[in-house]
Design a protein around this ligand. Structure first.
Ligand code: GTP
Length: 395
C-alpha cells in the first residue's frame, strides 16, 4: 500500500506563507532579514537558521573586510603586493559565492564547510601574516565557538579546535609568531591558548549536544503530530484530511500514469442496527475488521485506503481498465461478505457494504470534493437499489 507520509511530512511553503510575513515590513527590515537568513532559501527541506545566519554573518563580514582592503590597495594607502592582492580577491570571491549560493538554494551543509575552511585558514593565516602584533594571536580564540556553531558537529568542531591549537602553538614555538622575550612568556602563551580553546570546545560540545537532543525531540514530536493528524485512531487508516491530499497528488500525476485513477466509496449496510444489537464496542471491532479486510483486498503499492467518516470508507487506486476497477469493487464486496463477524453471540448476520465507484476520466470531475460527491451519489443509489451492491458513478 502506498505510504503518503512523505507528502505529509514535506513542508511546502504556500505562496501565502511566503508573502504574509513580508506585509508590514519596511525594505530595510526585509534587507536585514534576508542578509541574516538568505530569505530562508536553501535546498534542504529543514534549513538550520542558526547555521545560515552565522554563515551569512561570517561571509558578510569577510566581504566587507576584503572589499575594504582592495579599495585601500587601489586607492594607494596599502601596497599592492601580489600575494596580498591574491588573498583579498580570493576571499572576496569565496564570500560572494557562498552568499549568492545560499540565496539560490545551495546546501547549507556545503556552505557551512566552505565557510569553516575559510574561517580556519583566515584566522591561522592572520596570525602568521600579522605576527608582529601579538593581539592578532588572540583573534583565533573565537574559532572553537564559530566552528562548533557552523558545523553543528562535536567531532569536527573538536578536530578543528585541536588543529588550530596545534597551529598556534607551532607558530609560537617556531619563532614565526610574536617576538617573545623568554621561555616563561612562551609557556604562558601556549598554556593560555590551549586552555582557552579546549575550555571553549568543552562548552560548545555540551551546547551542540543539548541542541541536537532538543531538535531530535522536536522532530519526533512533529512526526507523531503528523501521524495523529493524518490517521484515524480507531482503524489506523488514513483519514479524510489525507484523502484530499492523496487525491490531489494523484490528480496532478494523472497525465504521467497510463493506468486509470479510480475512487471507491463504501459504507456498511445497516450499521446502526448492528450497533443497537451488539453494542458500540462490538461495532468498533467490526470497523477495525472491515479496515483490515479492505487493506487486504487493496494491497498494491499505489492503493490507499481511508476511513472517511463513521462507517464510511474509501479507496484511491489505479486500474488497467474499467473492467479491472469493477473487479476490484466486486472483490471487496465479496471479501466483506465472507468476513467473520466479531459478534461473539447471536445469530450469524451477513455483513454487507454498498459502494459507489468513480473512474477519473478526461472531461469528468477534477477536484477531490467533486470526485467524492460523484461517488457518494452512486453509493446512495446503491443503497436505494437494495444495498450489498456497487454502482458506477456518472462523469
Ligand atoms: N461503533 C461505532 N459506530 C459508529 C461509529 N461512527 C458512526 N457509528 C454509527 O454508525 C451508524 C450509522 O448509521 P446510519 O447512518 O443510520 O447508517 P446505517 O444504519 O448503516 O444504514 P445505511 O447506511 O442506510 O445502510 C450510527 O449508528 C452511528 O452511531 C464508530 O466509530 N463506532
Amino acid at each position: 500500500m502506498n505510504r503518503p507520509e512523505q507528502i505529509l511530512l514535506e513542508t511546502h511553503a504556500s505562496p501565502a506563507d511566503d508573502e504574509s510575513p513580508e506585509k508590514g515590513r519596511g525594505p530595510l527590515q526585509r534587507l536585514w532579514r534576508d542578509l541574516l537568513t538568505s530569505g530562508g532559501r536553501t535546498s534542504e527541506s529543514c534549513p538550520d537558521y542558526l547555521c545560515i545566519t552565522l554563515i551569512n554573518l561570517v561571509q558578510g563580514t569577510a566581504l566587507l573586510v576584503w572589499s575594504l582592503f582592495l579599495t585601500l590597495i587601489l586607492l594607494g594607502p596599502l601596497e599592492p603586493l601580489p600575494g596580498r592582492l591574491a588573498i583579498d580577491v580570493a576571499g572576496l570571491v569565496i564570500a560572494a559565492w557562498v552568499i549568492i549560493g545560499l540565496r539560490r538554494g545551495m546546501s547549507a551543509t556545503l556552505a557551512a564547510h566552505v565557510t569553516h575552511a575559510f574561517l580556519f585558514l583566515c584566522l591561522l593565516g592572520l596570525s602568521i601574516v600579522r605576527s608582529d602584533n601579538p593581539l592578532t594571536m588572540t583573534l583565533p580564540l573565537i574559532y572553537p565557538a564559530l566552528a562548533f556553531l557552523l558545523l553543528d558537529d562535536i567531532r569536527r568542531g573538536l578536530a578543528g579546535t585541536l588543529l588550530m591549537t596545534a597551529g598556534l602553538n607551532i607558530l609560537l614555538s617556531s619563532g614565526m609568531g610574536p617576538t617573545l622575550s623568554d621561555s616563561t612568556m612562551l609557556l604562558d602563551g601556549a598554556v593560555t591558548i590551549t586552555v582557552v580553546m579546549l575550555f571553549q570546545a568543552a562548552v560548545m560540545s555540551l551546547y551542540v549536544h543539548h541542541r541536537k537532543q532538543a531538535l531530535s525531540l522536536l522532530r519526533r514530536a512533529s512526526v507523531r503530530l503528523n501521524e495523529l493528524a493524518s490517521h484515524d485512531p480507531l482503524t489506523g487508516l488514513y483519514n479524510r484530511r489525507t484523502f484530499i491530499e492523496v487525491l490531489e497528488r494523484e490528480l496532478s500525476r494523472r497525465g504521467k500514469s497510463e493506468r486509470q485513477l479510480a475512487f471507491l466509496l463504501f459504507d456498511i449496510d445497516r450499521f446502526k442496527a448492528y450497533n443497537d444489537e451488539f453494542g458500540h464496542p462490538q461495532g468498533d471491532e467490526l470497523l477495525k475488521r472491515l479496515a483490515s479486510t479492505a487493506t487486504q483486498v487493496f494491497s498494491r503499492r499505489e492503493d490507499v485506503v481511508f476511513r472517511l467518516g463513521g462507517e464510511e470508507f474509501g479507496v484511491v487506486f489505479r486500474s488497467e481498465s474499467p473492467e479491472q476497477a469493477a473487479e476490484m469493487a466486486d472483490q471487496l464486496l465479496a471479501a466483506v461478505e465472507a468476513m467473520e463477524e466479531p459478534a461473539p453471540a447471536g445469530p450469524k448476520k451477513n455483513l454487507t457494504v454498498s459502494a459507489g465507484l468513480y473512474l477519473v476520466a478526461k472531461g469528468g470531475a477534477t477536484s477531490p470534493n467533486r470526485i467524492y460527491s460523484r461517488a457518494d451519489q452512486a453509493l446512495y443509489r446503491a443503497k436505494d437499489a437494495g444495498r450489498a451492491c456497487w454502482l458506477m458513478a456518472s462523469q
